[in-house]
Design a protein around this ligand. Structure first.
Ligand code: CUA
Length: 337
């Protein structure tokens, strides 16, 4: 019995393909900077060559299957003539793949070297990136500023990301800007990226690094150059003074419970030896731990049960704090500007 594919199955296709639509500037197929564009051109070139090979092979295959299939009366003709070896064909099907590989290799290798060229352009700004299980530390050595999980850059300018890992291998990937670049323990690597326009570009860890690898997200926030300078200035003189009694209690709780791992800077920067994301100007972060929208409710949920949101991260649960204490702590953090 012949079974037909039900029509409703076809109706599922748009739903399945919806996953391919670019959301939050997170598609390598919709590049927003020169590196992403260069890399996409390579993708097009290799996909084009592969498609060409598939089509040629399929056409020859179908032709041969039809042309040389057994037909009635063939038995009487006996076994067809047996051929062995053909110099012409051997040369042809060696030369064509070699040629295709050269067409693929030349631009790939030259692009790889161009993207890795040292030193970085004179006018580029430098950001040191450190990968931790499962968060990102960012430092601006020229500005003496540091932050975590959200990296701010000026649009239209080259940014040199110099990276290392604190623990295992991670990979820095901002699909719409470019990448990926591995972060290796004991080694320094770099990638120079640029966002053409101001905007928020989602980044991901692209190397399996543990149970919360899939949640090791970060954001690249590109500003107009003047806004970027303003951001740098605000980070240089953050406002960490609690304004209300509740916030003061929050600060006391922070000192008691959090300061061993998290830093809140008053100015200057010091990231060495830090084992958890810096929380300076925390209220300006768009997300908590790179995954939850930054608001008081989510912050309290996170403090109560960080493992529930990001399994395997190193933050203990603060469920020994009372509801009132959690309120105070989150009010203090949500007022850090
Ligand atoms: Cu870090 Cu995957």
């Amino acid at each position: 019995m012949k079974r037909r594919l039900p029509v409703w199955w076809l109706l599922m296709i748009p739903g399945l393909l919806a996953g391919c639509v670019s959301r939050n500037n997170m598609s390598a197929l919709d590049p927003q900077g020169p590196v992403g564009k260069t890399q996409l051109n390579l993708v097009y070139l290799s996909t084009g060559i592969m498609t060409f090979v598939v089509i040629v092979v399929a056409v020859i295959f179908i032709y041969v299957v039809i042309r040389y299939r057994e037909r009635p009366g063939d038995e009487k003709k006996g076994i067809p003539e047996q051929v062995s070896g053909s110099k012409k064909l051997e040369i042809l099907w060696t030369a064509i793949p070699v040629l295709l590989l050269i067409i693929l290799a030349v631009p790939t290798i030259s692009t790889t070297f161009t993207l890795n060229r040292k030193p970085a352009p004179e006018e580029s700004i430098r950001v040191n990136v450190t990968g931790y299980q499962y968060w990102w530390g960012f430092e601006y050595p020229d500005h003496k500023v540091s932050t975590a999980n959200e990296v701010h850059i000026p649009a239209g300018k080259k940014v040199e990301f110099v990276m290392k890992s604190h623990d295992v291998v991670h990979a820095f990937w901002v699909p719409s800007l470019g990448g990926k670049q591995d972060l290796n323990p004991g080694r320094q690597d770099r990638i120079v990226l640029q966002a053409d326009k101001p905007g928020v570009y989602e980044g991901k860890c692209a190397e399996l690094c543990g149970s919360s690898h899939a949640l090791m997200n970060f954001r690249v926030i590109a500003h107009k150059p003047a806004d970027f300078q303003r951001w740098i200035a605000s980070q240089k003189s953050p406002d960490s003074a609690p304004k209300t009694a509740e916030a003061r209690e929050g600060k006391r709780l922070f000192r008691q419970n959090c300061i061993g791992c998290h830093a809140v800077r008053k100015g200057g920067f010091n990231v060495e030896g830090r084992s958890a994301p810096e929380l300076t100007a925390f209220s300006n972060r768009t997300r908590i731990a790179g995954i939850l929208p930054n608001n008081k409710k989510n912050l309290k949920d996170w403090l109560r049960n960080p493992q529930g949101f990001k399994p395997g991260n190193r933050m203990p649960a603060f469920d020994h704090l009372s509801e009132k204490q959690l309120d105070a702590l989150s009010i203090y953090l949500e007022n850090l500007k």
